[in-house]
Design a protein around this ligand. Structure first.
Ligand SMILES: [Zn+2]
Ligand SMILES: [Zn+2]
Length: 291
């Protein structure tokens, strides 16, 4: 399966431009960080109506993710990004893909076999064979940025070759990290980035880390969102995706302190519910399920 995906990933280096969607432009980019318990899931609708799903939470969140998507989708998801193959990120993907499929599937293709990942790849493989989906292996510098219409653009910053080895968790350390830009506003999605990921981002991508909205690394673990990275990002809004009273103690007090010191207003899916960030490309508006 890995070989299969690799062969499909010979993406053109030109800017990948997705087919125009049916819906009309609204001039607003809306990103919802879903409250899915201990895990990550985010859904974005671009100004031209293109849809982006970033992870889909743990398996227990499948029904929640499914309800959310059913209320919003009128066709296949345009782009699905599976940041890395841990269950708290891809657990809800089989349910999400079953609703309406996806036109493009991006994952880092890491060696991390599990029945869950096999299940996801079986769905991707079937949809690809049917000509409904294209699968892409993400490598920063090799994978073309995505034009999401009306100036919205997604650029991959990690993982990059050679993959990180010998970290606390190489699967986390080689998470997909990307930025989503619209006008003057940028979102940085860190997946479950590790210190080694952030150090490499600072070395290789320093000029492309500035973002107003940060999806905080690894559910607010003490090992992510280090001060050096935050100095480069300078987030105004930081979103921590984690479960209430989770067994890992996420988010860690030290990570929260660093985010606050960096000047970010912190939102947490465990306390705030869904966190919705809307932008017209200049200003930001945040609303939550609880405030
Ligand atoms: Zn995670
Ligand atoms: Zn992880």
């Amino acid at each position: 399966m890995v070989t299969f995906l690799r062969s499909l990933a010979a993406a053109a280096l030109a800017l990948a431009c997705l087919a125009a969607p049916a819906s009309r432009a609204s001039g607003t980019l809306e990103v919802t960080f879903l409250s899915v318990g201990q895990g990550d899931a985010a859904f974005a609708v671009t100004p031209s109506g293109r849809t982006l799903l970033v992870d889909a939470g743990p398996p227990e969140a499948s029904a929640r993710v499914e309800r959310f998507l059913r209320a919003r989708l009128r066709g296949p998801i345009d782009v699905v990004v599976a940041t890395h193959p841990h269950a708290d990120h891809i657990g809800g993907l089989p349910a999400a893909l079953a609703i309406a499929g996806a036109r493009h599937f991006y994952d880092p293709v890491l060696e991390h076999p599990s029945p869950l990942l096999e299940r996801v790849y079986r769905i991707v493989s079937a949809r690809t064979r049917a000509g409904e989906m294209t699968a892409h292996r993400v490598r920063a510098g090799e994978t073309a940025p995505l034009d999401l219409g009306d100036g919205a653009r997604l650029t991959f910053l990690a993982p990059s070759e050679p993959l990180i080895e010998g970290s606390r968790s190489d699967v986390n350390a080689n998470s997909i990290v990307f930025r989503l830009d619209y006008g003057e506003v940028s979102f940085l999605f860190e997946g479950d980035a590790e210190p080694a990921t952030e150090a490499r981002l600072l070395r290789r991508e320093r000029g492309r880390l500035r973002a107003q909205v940060l999806k905080v690394a690894h559910h607010g673990s003490r090992y992510g969102s280090k001060a050096a990275l935050l100095r480069a990002v300078r987030p105004e809004i930081a979103v921590v995706s984690c479960g209430l009273d989770n067994e890992y103690g996420h988010p860690h007090a030290a990570a929260l302190r660093r985010l606050e010191r960096a000047g970010a207003r912190v939102f947490r899916t465990d306390l705030d519910g869904d966190v919705v960030v809307r932008t017209d490309g200049r200003s930001l508006r945040v609303s939550t399920g609880r405030r």
